[in-house]
Ligand binder design. Sequence first.
Ligand code: DC
Length: 431
Amino acid sequence: MSKKTKKTFSIAIDGPSGAGKSTVAKALAEKLGFIHVDTGAMYRSVGLYVYRKGVLPDDREKVIPFLTEIDIDTKYENGAQRIYLNGEDVSEAIRQNEISSYASKVSAIPEVRAFLLDLQRKTAERYDVIMDGRDIGTVILPNADLKIFQHASAEARAKRRYDELIAKGQDVSLEEITEQMIKRDYDDSHRANAPCVPADDAVIIDNSDMTIEQNVDHIAALVEKRRGKQKKTPYEKAKKLLSGLFGFLYRLKIEGAENIPKQGGYMVCSNHIALFDPVMLAIAFPHQLHFMVKTEAMNSAFGKMLSSFGCFGVKRGTADKAALRTAIGFLNNGECLGVFPQGTRRPAVDPKETEPKTGIAMIAYRTGCDIVPVFIKTKKRKLRMFSKTTVVIGEPIKNEELNIESGTAHEYKNASGMVFSDICALEGDMQ
Ligand code: DC
């Protein structure tokens, strides 16, 4: 199996403070199912650390050694970024007004920028991102698929920031905020290192008189245009074609789509009733799934269609190490895996009586991925044309909940059993 490099879509939004970048990026991320990366929050976290240490943010000699003590981590809850400074969730603490000027001052130090560059680029390699900041289109992601430079008049921006701080109960005046903003704009756009300027190929948006909704729709339309120009992968083409066809032939419905994680790197485990199950799951999930299916199916008349759906063969009844390595590779690359823990199709058999294969637990242990349980529900557990088929998506099972500590056969058995009973529970009342 050739190693596939994932092609992600990246949107860079740059602009001065108060230009609504984060608000718009957050809403847009939700709309498009992307990850929002707020790079300002990373600079703010460094600023907060320096502030807490009682050191002046422009004291370069003192700030630089702190970088070896700082660990910044981002986690995503429903696509929204939470930021952790040495394990502490500082998402709220970094928004205090005094931290703004600390962030601006530390961001002018080249070593601080270099420190954060890697973290920002790695995130964009793994996920479809909307990254907002000052130098995203010019320095961090010079090959971003879409670059936006968003700005608004100083008055409009100061008023927005003032309203935001007042709503949070902070005691500030509009004059003070306007003054600080003008000073910060000047510093951010005149510093020698990565100044806040539009990239040559950025689309400039002045949103002084736009509502957030108009702003989001405007960028979403640009994304659509750019993506339309990109060539569709065989998976996307096959998915488009078959979603219409299967929707009609098998009366396909999706339940629980809100349970789908916003970002990739998860495993979907489903019951298995028919050869077309991978197609049903591929239609239901927005991220591309790679399926482990038995080699016999790959060699059947439908092999070509299954392979365009990201299926790869696993030899039945053997510990197929190559297939396992492929599966682990996909997950470690932030991609998604679809597995049928029953191992083979069991249309008429009660799934509760089936012993699931333990490979899913081993893969979860080796990758740290979460598992999304799914039940493909049909009348009398048989796939029939013109009879309703529902893909029921359950809440993801967190990796920790699997309770696998040392990877023993016993732990794998328990964990797979737990996943499988979650899958079966989704069937609800049988039709
Ligand atoms: O967007 P914000 O106000 O949260 O950013 C805080 C400060 O961080 C801002 O004054 C400039 C700096 N910054 C930067 O220099 N480069 C970025 N990519 C993001 C923010």
